[in-house]
Design a protein around this ligand. Sequence first.
Ligand code: MLT
Length: 393
Amino acid sequence: MKINQNYSRLEESYLFSTIAQKVSAFQTDHPKTEIIRLGIGDVTLPLCSAVVQELHKAVEEMGHKDTFHGYGPEQGYPFLKASIRGHYAVRGVHLDPDEIFVSDGAKSDLGNILDLFDVDNTVLIPDPVYPVYVDTNLMAGRKIVYLDANQENGFLPMPDEQVKADLIYLCSPNNPTGAVYTKEQLKQWVDYAAYCGAVILFDAAYEAFVQEDDLPRSIYEIDGAKECAIEFCSFSKTAGFTGTRCGYTVVPMALQREGMSLNHMWLRRQTTKFNGVPYIVQKGAAAVFQEEGMQQIRKNIAYYQHNAKVIADTLTGLGIWYTGGKNSPYIWLKCPHEMKSWEFFDWLLQEAHVVGTPGAGFGKNGEGFFRLTSFGDQDKTAEAMQRIQKLLK
Ligand code: MLT
């Protein structure tokens, strides 16, 4: 018996688990201190009423013989796919229902999609980055080439034709930096992928936060993307489903490699290893893209965007460099006083009782940077900013 030795190449624990342990140890030592958490990007507003109503109806249906649902289609119920198609159509992107796969969230699919690709592929991953892309490839033993994202390129690295890649991860609006690619920049990525024969794994989990209309929210807004990109999206940040779990992945029919359809491969993989998202959850998710649901989630997103502005204004007032926050729920800032990321994390926790995410946890280029989330409660976010202002003035 041999175990998968690739696990020994991983960090001791997943970034957000490490942070949770540190915060919990601090709380145990200081039980009366009120800690404000702006670390993990977890939402704080409840599900909107249009969703809750549909969830209730679906629960009721499940309790009656004639409306009960057992196993559903592994790739999602047609009513939810229709709702997702409608959402894409607004941006001029037309999808076939069979190109949409409903899942329990972007994180699982981003990891699971690797089943489709040989371990000998070279993977291009920006640094800093959402740790899931790196860890899932390390677990499989794949070779990773890092792409430098830094202050100079606005944390939006562009392709380099000298570097040949087979798989490319892009996330826009970006986690952790909040930076957003323009259509022209994404077009360069699509052209580069076509040139290399590579596949882009495009994480669009934060698309709902894009405010500027000319910025792309889906890679399929770019010509040629259906031949080279898979897109991952989620109801987590869009509609507060972090605890409810529902997402979707788009694998276009036009995406073919070595005579195989990646859509058919993914269908084969999902029908074998996945039994679908609960009917109840899918009913709730379908309400998100209906008129009433859309109005309600827009209100919730505006609530978080207000937090982002409060954070951004505080940093501007303190003369601290940052990016993100405008078309993204994340604000990525340079640690004050030349501090290292974890040093600033500890200092902020000790002195202001505010939790953020150390940039170094997202890669070597994150060292010296720090991420704050706008997903907190408005009063607590304002209080956290007052504490930070007092500490840094
Ligand atoms: C984050 O804080 O980066 C996200 O919440 C992680 C995730 O979506 O899994």
